[in-house]
Structures are given as C-alpha cells and as structure tokens.
Design a protein around this ligand. Structure first.
Ligand code: CTP
Ligand code: MG
Length: 256
C-alpha cells in the first residue's frame, strides 16, 4: 500500500511573529518545514510528501525540496483549504501514461513515484511539528494498515481544565470559571493523523468547500466513522509561540 503525507505549511505564523512564515523559520539552521518533511521520509513509512506553502514561497520551497520525493503546491486561506488543495492533487493522480493523468497535470507534471494513482493511505502532518519522532509516524501508519480508517496521536492533559464564561475584556476577571472539566476523558490531538485515503477524501467532500476544522479527524468524525487514538509523544508538540521555538532549539542543542 502506498502512503502519501500532506504537510500544510501555508500559514503565516502570526502567533510566532517571526519575519518569515513559521514553516520557513530556521530551527538550528534548518527550516521548520524541512525538519517536518525529513521526519516523515526518515520514518521509512511514507513514500511521498505534498507540501502546501504560501504562494510567495513556491519557488523557494521547490528549491528546498529538490531531490526529495516531494511535490510543492500553493496552499489556501486556512489550514483546511491547504489540505483540501493537496488532496485534490492526489485525487488527480492517474497511472503514468493515461490520458486522464496527463490532463490533470497539464501534461507536464510527472506522476507520483510508481505512477499508480492515489495512495491507499494518507497522513496529514503540520509543518509546525518539526521534532515529531519517526517512531510516532510509523505507529500511525501501522494502525491504518491494521485496518483503522482514521488514527490520531493523542496525549492526556497534565493541567486541570476549567470551563469559563468569556467576556470581551482581558486580564484579571475577564474569564469567570463555570466549572472544572473531568480531564480523564480529554485528549490533546497531535499530528500526523493517518487515514485510509478514501475515508479522508469523503470527509473533505462531505464537509464542502467552506468546511473548516482545526484537525482532519474532526471531518471524519462528522462522517460518523470511527476515529481511534494511538499514544502521542510530547516531542510532537506544535511550534506556535516564541516559547515553543525556544524549547525546540534547546532540545536540538541537547541532542547534538
Ligand atoms: N496552515 C496552512 N495554511 C493556512 C494556515 C495554516 O497550511 N492557510 C498550516 C500551518 O503552516 C501549520 C499548520 O497549518 O503548519 C497548523 O497551523 P498553525 O499552527 O495555526 O500555523 P499558522 O496558521 O501559520 O500560525 P498562526 O495561527 O499563529 O498564524
Ligand atoms: Mg493558524
């Protein structure tokens, strides 16, 4: 079974506030998205990666990934749109040499390695999780191969969780606690999330062009299909703020 990974990397990184989009911020000298993609390819469980990037960085990204089994495309206005555009590219794949395949690629873009149509399995993995352990990636793929159509790495929450009533303000008293939530039933979902390709394709199809979700499994949940978890890994954390970037730099320095 072939496995493709979709890496949404087209965000601006507003919470990080760097002078380049988050995926292109160097982390110990290597752009965040390159670390994420090399983790996928290095897991040995992924055949090809599609990376969705900001339009202004398309040529730069193609240079970054030259020589790797990576296709680069322009992403959309939100994460869901970026993933959808990459899935559209995979759906358009046809066996090499067929007329439909050449038409879908404008007659010039080469087919996927193997050229045997869409993959059986697809992962969706945030570019912003550059330190994701290859073993986690392999575990997600293994769970899909074992017959689970949707697989999510998940971590229990360490902090006590409160439900609050929000107000417009900020600072002391802006939020009023309504109650403490039972965290034993709560999990934080990470990526890569793994899917039978056909399941994720249907989930995106059903959600419609305006469907927005903060993760991909959320769209499969709306199909009413089962989503299972595998144990997540703290190292798969998402770089969101300058603090996260600092942690990532420290972890890499420790490892080197
Ligand atoms: N993403 C994307 N296309 C978008 C928005 C986000 O491909 N239009 C990607 C990001 O590049 C990131 C992943 O989705 O790899 C998770 O999103 P997030 O962490 O929110 O990244 P940003 O949207 O870039 O950051 P922020 O929300 O702080 O602006
Ligand atoms: Mg965002």
């Amino acid at each position: 079974m072939t496995v493709a990974a979709v890496v949404p990397a087209a965000g601006s990184g507003s919470r990080l506030g760097a002078d380049v989009p988050k995926a292109f911020v160097p982390l110990a000298g290597v752009p965040v998205v390159v670390r994420a993609v090399d983790g996928l390819l290095g897991s040995g469980a992924v055949d090809e990666v599609l990376v969705a990037v900001p339009a202004a960085l398309l040529d730069h990204a193609r240079d970054l990934f030259a020589g790797r089994p990576v296709r680069v495309l322009v992403g959309g206005a939100d994460r869901t749109a970026s993933v959808r555009l990459a899935l559209d590219v995979l759906c358009a794949d046809r066996p090499v040499g067929t007329a439909a395949g050449h038409a879908a690629h404008g007659g010039e873009r080469p087919g996927r390695p193997g050229g045997d149509g869409p993959p059986e399995i697809v992962l969706v993995h945030d570019a912003a999780r550059p330190l994701t352990p290859p073993a986690l990636i392999a575990a997600v793929v293994a769970a899909v191969r074992a017959g689970h159509p949707a697989v999510v790495p998940a971590l229990a929450l360490a902090d006590t969780v409160k439900r609050v009533a929000r107000s417009a303000g900020s600072g002391v008293g802006a939020d009023t606690v309504e109650r403490t939530v039972d965290r034993s039933e709560l999990r934080a979902a990470q990526t890569p999330q793994g899917f039978a390709f056909e399941t994720l394709r249907r989930a995106y199809e059903k959600s419609g062009a305006d469907g927005i979700a903060t993760d991909d499994a959320g769209l499969v949940e709306r199909l009413g299909e089962p989503v299972v978890t595998v144990p997540g890994d703290p190292a798969a954390f998402k770089v969101t703020t300058p603090w996260d970037l600092r942690i990532a730099e420290l972890l890499l320095a420790e490892a080197s």
